[in-house]
Structure formats: C-alpha cells, structure tokens
Design a protein around this ligand. Structure first.
Ligand SMILES: Nc1ncnc2c1ncn2[C@@H]1O[C@H](COP(=O)(O)OP(=O)(O)O)[C@@H](O)[C@H]1O
Ligand SMILES: [Mg+2]
Length: 297
C-alpha cells in the first residue's frame, strides 16, 4: 500500500470531461494494481451515474460530510451485489439531496473561522492508508465542496477541451491551486492538464490551443504541464455511461482505453511511483511513449 494520494479533478467549466476522467483514470490505476476510491463531490453526480449507481438509497458523500456516518461505512465496493463496480474501484456516491444539503449544513454550524478543507479533512483522515488513490470528482459550480477539495488535495488534474472557454478556465484552476497553497495546503500542486474530447484528427484550431497550453503552463523543469496522452472524442465514452460502467468494461479494446492507461502511467511517472506491472505491458507502453495515444471516435 502506498501513502494515499489525494487527486482533485477540477475545472470550473461543466462538460469538459472531469467525471469521465475521474472514473476512467481511476479504473486504469486499478489495472496497475492500485486501490482507488472516487469521492463524488458534484451535486449532479457525474461519477456516480457513470458507474451505474443511483443517487439515492445509499449513504452518500453528503451523509459522511454532514451526518456523522463514517466514510468506510458509506463507501460502495465491488461487494455490493446490486451494483457491478470494478474490483478495487470504490465510490462514495453523490446523492440527489446534495445541492440542498451542503448549504443547510453550513448554515447550521459556525464555520466562519474554519479553513475550506474542514468539510473533507475528517473523511480524508479516516481513509488515509486505506487506498492508494482518492480521486475527488468536483463540481463545476463554486459550491463549498470545490474549495474543500482544493483544501485537502495533494494534486490537481485539470481536464480541458480544446475550446476557448475551456482552455481559459485552466487559469482559474491554476489560480485556485496557488491560493489553496497560500492558505495552508502546503503539499498541493497541479500535477497536469489533460486534453479531453480532442477532435481526431486534430484540427488546426485544436493544435493552436495545445500550443497555447504548452506555452503557458510548464513543469518546474520547463516541460509542458500537459500530459502527452490525449483523449480524443469517442462516442464509446457516453455509451459506456448509458451502460452504467467504465469504458474498460464496456469496450476494453477501444483506443480510448489505451489513452486512459497512458494517462495513468504518466501520472505514476510524475508521482515517481515505480511501475510494478508485468514486463510485457511495460515494454508495450514504452514503445508508444513518444507517440500521443490516439482514441478514435
Ligand atoms: N472523450 C470523449 N468523447 C466523447 N464524449 C465524451 C468524452 N469525454 C466525456 N464525454 C461526454 O461528455 C459529457 C461531459 O463529460 P463529463 O465527464 O461529464 O464532464 P464534466 O464532469 O466536466 O461535466 C458526458 O456526456 C460524457 O459522456
Ligand atoms: Mg462531472
């Protein structure tokens, strides 16, 4: 078991691929032998729905944050017989009373002196060491749970489409990460930017946005902050949501599955986690390392 790493998937624009990234990157990490928990912090429940889980009838993230239910009691696992969650991909689901419940909770408690992280810190503390990764799927709205996610995350991953509005919001997520560090979350950093839903082949406008991203956002060693692996537009992704499961279960041979595997590999490289996959897989991945993985629509 690694030290639990908390990764927030954030971009305050809706529909850029946050939930899709959360679910399928976590699923790819599971294939690398990791235990992952997704905490759904979005009142619209993108990750919850994508995994075929109803937004009622279970303990939810809201119950854990507000109701004194322990996170471990609330977490849904592969052992839930009504569900078909992949092994080692657990979920703290969103619920349909989320949008109302959080403001109600906040109005009941004296929270003016609390840092934003206080909503989630007890949950993260409880789950420390139980998972390799906790992935926070955040809301596009600036509800209290988004600052809370920035308050507890070790790393932020920013998905963006190659469109003006979406690319522009990358700056907001960068800025929020910086202010979270200033307000006391010393360990937080932006791990990378994921290009999602890219046209295939890339249009000249899409290439322009990639160049802009690479010019503006760099790692400390000067290389692009953007992950090399690009997720292209693929109808199989919304289809997998209809089929209530990840793309890995729905269409295991789809090129986008390779893209999510490539992202998981890049994530672990950036984290300095050693690759303990089989040699055969490693060799195959190395061969494609310098090529941007292509997911056909
Ligand atoms: N690579 C992709 N190709 C095609 N559709 C996608 C892709 N990624 C996500 N989608 C679809 O786009 C919509 C928005 O994606 P989602 O992950 O829910 O975004 P967000 O969480 O940022 O709002 C969903 O219907 C999802 O199935
Ligand atoms: Mg979402």
């Amino acid at each position: 078991m690694l030290n639990t790493k908390v990764i927030a998937i954030a971009n305050e624009k809706g529909g850029v691929g946050k939930s899709t990234t959360a679910v399928n990157v976590a699923r790819a990490l599971v294939d690398r032998g990791r235990r992952c928990l997704i905490i759904d912090l979005d009142e619209s429940g993108g990750a919850t729905t994508s995994l075929g889980v109803k937004m009622a009838g279970w303990y939810s993230t809201l119950d854990v944050i507000t109701g004194g239910v322990s996170a471990l009691e609330a977490v849904l696992t592969e052992e839930e017989i009504e569900l078909s969650l992949p092994k080692n991909l657990h979920l703290l689901p969103a619920s349909d009373n989320f949008a109302k419940g959080i403001p109600e909770f906040l109005s009941r408690i004296e929270n003016s002196a609390m840092p934003p992280s206080y909503l989630l810190q007890p949950t993260i503390t409880e789950l420390q060491g139980k998972y390799d990764y906790i992935v926070l799927d955040t809301s596009p709205l600036v509800t209290a749970t988004t600052p809370a996610a920035y308050g507890v995350a070790d790393h932020v991953i920013i998905p963006t489409q190659l469109e003006k509005l979406s690319v522009e919001r990358v700056a907001v997520a960068m800025h929020r990460t910086e202010s979270s560090r200033r307000f006391g979350n010393k360990s937080i950093n932006v791990m990378g930017i994921i290009v999602s839903m890219a046209p295939n082949p890339l249009t000249s406008l899409a290439k322009h946005h990639i160049e802009q991203l690479d010019k503006l956002y760099k790692t400390s060693d000067g290389s692009p902050l953007r992950f090399k692996t690009i997720v292209h537009r693929a109808v199989a992704l919304p289809e997998s949501v209809e089929h209530k499961t990840t793309l890995f279960e729905y269409a295991p041979a789809h090129p986008a599955v390779e893209a999510f595997r490539g992202l998981a590999k890049e994530i672990e490289e950036r984290l300095g986690v050693s690759d303990n996959q089989s040699r055969a897989t490693t060799v195959k991945q190395n061969a494609s390392e310098n090529a941007e993985l292509v997911a056909n629509g």
